[in-house]
Write a protein that binds this ligand. Structure first.
Ligand SMILES: [Zn+2]
Length: 418
């Protein structure tokens, strides 16, 4: 068997195409496979406009497609693609070769391989490994994701979570919508105001879903999202997500710590120095070193320790057996926080009091957790999805890059699409 015949078999070209030359260029370490159409091709080519028969009109310039390596050597397919002309309408069109992927520079097999790498490593690393420019790889990913996303079906979506993800630290956000039943990201868009809900229901309904089929929405306590839900989905009950409630308390603990440091006093600076990470953890997650540190701190006099204790109690309320018990405990908690705060100098615990007010104002939505609690776990998972997304898109922090990666890693799309 000639090398050309062998490559013809390996590529599975069939009767319509043939490898006319294979050569190895030593300097660049590249295997080139030159392919040409056979006369038989014209028996199957049809006009894309009216499916009329076509004949060969002319050929394009020589084009190249990156293919899978031959052993360790880069391999490129070259071909002057035939252009057909329709016998019926006279339309001239480029014949699409069977090896071409969704991007014009790669073969299907190469795209599938690159996508496999993209699942495992950041884009910059993939570019380095396969020796392609990141621009080409991104373009390929966009096309794959767009094609697969266009086919996604949202007809059974009823429980939705929405959360914001920062594009760059502190400013520029995207809102991410997830299907809590199938545990997948279904939509993401720029911004975090109520308008994102309108964009979401539009996307939902483009993919066979329906806005009034949505019965549960898990989200943070942002007024903008709440307005968005009210405006668009009349049957949706809002559940304020547990992790966001606790995050507010965590932030308050940190604010108390900073206020206390500012206020100073005997031993306070020493006790609180570089302690912020200590207070963000749960006692059971502390390392031995951290536990020792916490034990050394004189907790009785420290307001930060008191605030930390409040956070732990708040968190523990989520272990309540039912909403009635939880309601009772939330109320007791709010009273306790206010009582303790009243006896502190300089309003030191005002941030904790703010959390109490927040809890009271949003109690119905917070208690809805007990009705719908089961599906809430994915909200926590979203955070790890966000960090995985940012890791993969490292160095390419733009909205479109992040959304493409989000859909790619968490959209449960059918990829690759050819
Ligand atoms: Zn035609």
């Amino acid at each position: 068997m000639t090398p050309e015949k062998l490559f013809h078999e390996l590529l599975g070209l069939g009767l319509n195409w043939e490898v006319i030359e294979s050569r190895f260029e030593r300097e660049s370490g590249t295997v080139f496979l030159e392919i040409r159409e056979t006369a038989k091709l014209w028996e199957t080519v049809r006009c894309p406009k009216d499916t009329g028969y076509a004949f060969c009109y002319d050929h394009t310039e020589e084009l190249t497609w990156r293919h899978l390596n031959v052993f360790q050597h880069r391999c490129e397919i070259t071909c002057r693609l035939p252009r057909g002309k329709c016998r019926q309408c006279g339309h001239v069109f480029r014949v699409r070769p069977p090896w071409e992927g969704l991007s014009t520079h790669f073969t299907k097999e190469f795209e599938a391989f690159a996508l496999l790498l993209m699942r495992e490593m950041p884009m910059s690393k993939v570019a380095e490994v396969v020796g392609e420019t990141d621009t080409r790889l991104w373009r390929m990913l966009f096309r794959q994701v767009d094609a697969a996303y266009a086919q996604a079906d949202f007809s059974n979506v009823c429980c939705v979570a929405v959360d914001e993800m920062s594009v760059r630290k502190g400013h520029e956000y995207i809102s991410v919508f997830a299907d809590l039943v199938k545990k997948r990201v279904i939509f993401a868009t720029e911004g975090k105001d109520h308008q994102v809900w309108h964009s979401f229901v539009t996307a939902l309904e483009t993919h066979n879903g329906h806005r009034h089929a949505i019965t549960q929405v898990s989200q943070d306590m942002s007024a903008a999202y709440a307005k968005g839900v009210r405006d668009t989905c009349r049957n949706a009950q809002v559940v304020f997500d547990k992790f966001h409630v606790i995050a507010h308390a965590n932030k308050a603990v940190d604010e108390v710590r900073r206020a206390e440091v500012r206020l100073g006093g005997a031993g306070v600076w020493d006790a609180l120095r570089q302690s912020q990470w200590l207070w963000r953890k749960n006692p059971e997650n502390l390392t031995e070193k951290e536990q020792a540190r916490l034990a050394k701190i004189d907790q009785k006099s420290l307001r930060t320790a008191k605030a930390y204790q409040m956070r732990l109690v708040l968190q523990d309320i989520y272990r309540s057996a039912n909403a009635t018990e939880a309601r009772q405990r939330f109320r007791v908690w709010c009273r306790w926080v206010r009582w303790v705060a009243r006896h502190q100098p300089r309003n030191l615990m005002r941030s904790m009091v703010k959390v109490a007010a927040l809890v009271e104002d949003h109690l119905t939505g917070i208690l809805a957790h007990w009705k719908w609690g089961v599906t809430n776990a994915f909200m926590e998972g979203l955070n790890s999805v966000f960090s995985a997304t940012k890791r993969k898109a490292r160095g390419y922090r733009s909205t479109i890059h992040l959304i493409a990666i989000l859909y790619f890693v968490a959209g449960k799309l059918r990829l690759p699409q050819f």
